[in-house]
Design a protein around this ligand. Structure first.
Ligand SMILES: Nc1ncnc2c1ncn2[C@@H]1O[C@H](COP(=O)(O)OP(=O)(O)OP(=O)(O)O)[C@@H](O)[C@H]1O
Ligand SMILES: [Mg+2]
Length: 439
């Protein structure tokens, strides 16, 4: 987690030093002030996430300090230290918006625990950057966005790589916006268009080009004229269609299906994939020349686990987004937040967004750790392996083997040597298995 800044306010020098030491040892970035007045001055100059203050101070009291701090920055979390006997002070502090109170004498662990939780809560509101909907706090994303705005000024193709849900499409739209191109942003999902229709979809067709082509139609390339054509999931593009795309990228020219006329087009290509394209190239599943054409400029969006600083700001961002949408006041309890911060998000930002969306829909008032646990738990059981004992093991293994071979053959265009390599078996076994399964 990003560094948490803590301000200790205590007039007794020995006590103050003890507190500062205790918190520093735990890794917090600590400053201190001997009075509320000095603390306020410091607070106006620097930003603090958490303030730990004694109630009884000479001059302005800790409670008054709490109120003034909240006026200056409603997001600051304040922990108040009260004397053993004064329950009223503690109640007043909580009413005035303190995060928590501790009564003297206290165990160091108790205070450390509270400060850690207050830091987590404060991290949700840490200033984040936002560029056309891309929210982040990490250096890595700052660099990605910086590069993307540089790339936007050029006309060269950009290849965006990154795991599922990391924000590749968001970034592609950002590049389009920053490019200042007047035409539209058109997205094509290469995995979703049936093979036989791909050429017609992309380049259009003339009347009578094939059965059902009752009138001529412009393709997506023409639709995107003057704008950006986003080739999503480009790694799924079947090998036999790749030369068609390559030719277009090389020449900037294309023909509608069934037409002899050569057309020129001015579109910017941005492609995205969650596959390892270079790996596919070396396996013979993706054309090397097409790969080089597409990846003149390269952007890698790191997965969330490589940029943990983005997790709290994204949680804060989506909480606000969905609270506004459903007109609900939703507050995370510190324990619920801890759970959300420690979850690894294998599905990246999309998973985080969906989770917060569901939390907002399902919660009333404060979000409990039980709700978060239930949502995370149900998710992991969904993704866990479903075992079916109704059919014998050999039968299910055979079925799986057949499916895997079929898929390998499809992906390698039925080139047996390549399929065998992909499956990690020799060609002889593959021949034998194909015969056995009648593939
Ligand atoms: N940094 C971010 N700030 C705000 N929202 C984000 C960010 N990154 C991703 N999102 C949101 O997360 C969701 C997934 O993002 P997007 O569709 O761009 O991911 P993707 O990388 O294209 O995923 P896939 O590979 O599954 O297609 C979208 O709703 C997007 O708005
Ligand atoms: Mg996508």
């Amino acid at each position: 987690m990003q560094e948490c800044r803590v301000l200790v306010v205590e007039d007794d020098p020995t006590q103050r030093e003890l507190l500062v030491e205790l918190l520093r040892e735990e890794g917090f970035n600590v400053s201190s002030a001997p009075s509320a007045e000095r603390a306020l001055r410091l607070f106006q100059k620097e930003r603090f996430d958490v303030v730990v203050t004694d109630v009884r101070l000479e001059g302005m009291s800790g409670l008054e300090l709490l109120e003034r701090l909240k006026e200056l920055d409603s997001a600051v979390e304040v922990i108040v230290i009260t004397a053993f006997s004064s329950v009223e002070d503690a109640i007043k502090a909580i009413k005035a918006g303190a995060f928590h109170y501790v009564t003297k004498p206290f165990e160091p662990e108790v205070l450390l625990n509270l400060v850690a939780k207050a830091c987590q809560l404060a991290s949700l509101r840490r200033p984040s950057k936002e560029c056309c909907g891309i929210v982040y706090a990490s250096k890595q994303m700052e660099e990605v966005v910086r590069q993307a705005s540089l790339f936007a000024k050029s006309d060269a193709p950009v290849l965006i790589t990154g795991e599922s849900g990391t924000g590749k499409e968001l970034l592609a739209r950002f590049i389009h916006k920053e490019s200042g191109r007047k035409g539209p942003f058109i997205a094509v999902n290469c995995a979703a268009i049936p093979k036989d229709l791909f050429e017609a979809e992309l380049f259009g067709y003339e009347r009578g080009a094939f059965t059902g082509a009752t009138s001529s139609k412009a393709g997506l390339v023409e639709e995107a004229e003057g704008g950006t054509l986003f080739l999503d999931e480009v790694g799924e593009l079947p090998l036999e269609l790749q030369p068609k795309l390559l030719r277009f990228l090389q020449e900037g020219e294309f023909r509608r299906v069934g037409d002899t006329k050569l057309r020129r087009s001015n579109v910017r290509i941005v492609a995205a994939t969650n596959r390892d394209l270079e790996g596919l190239v070396s396996e013979g599943l993706f054309r090397e020349d097409l790969f080089y054409r597409l990846s003149v400029l390269n952007l890698r969006v790191p997965p969330l686990r490589e940029r943990p600083e983005d997790v709290p700001v994204l949680i804060g961002h989506f909480l606000e987004k969905y609270s506004d949408k459903y007109k609900k006041e939703v507050k995370l309890s510190p324990e619920a937040l801890s759970l959300l911060l420690s979850y690894p998000y294998p599905g990246n930002v999309r998973e985080l967004e969906n989770l917060i969306h569901r939390i907002v829909v399902l919660s009333q008032g404060e979000v409990t750790p039980q709700l978060v646990e239930a949502l995370l738990g149900s998710k992991s059981s969904h993704s866990s392996f479903e075992v079916d004992f109704s059919r014998p093991l050999p039968e299910q293994v055979a079925q799986f083997e057949k499916r895997m071979i079929e898929e390998a053959l499809k992906r390698t265009n039925y080139v047996q040597t390549k399929a065998a390599k992909l499956l990690g078996i020799d060609e002889k076994s593959l021949r034998y298995k194909r015969k056995k399964y009648g593939i």
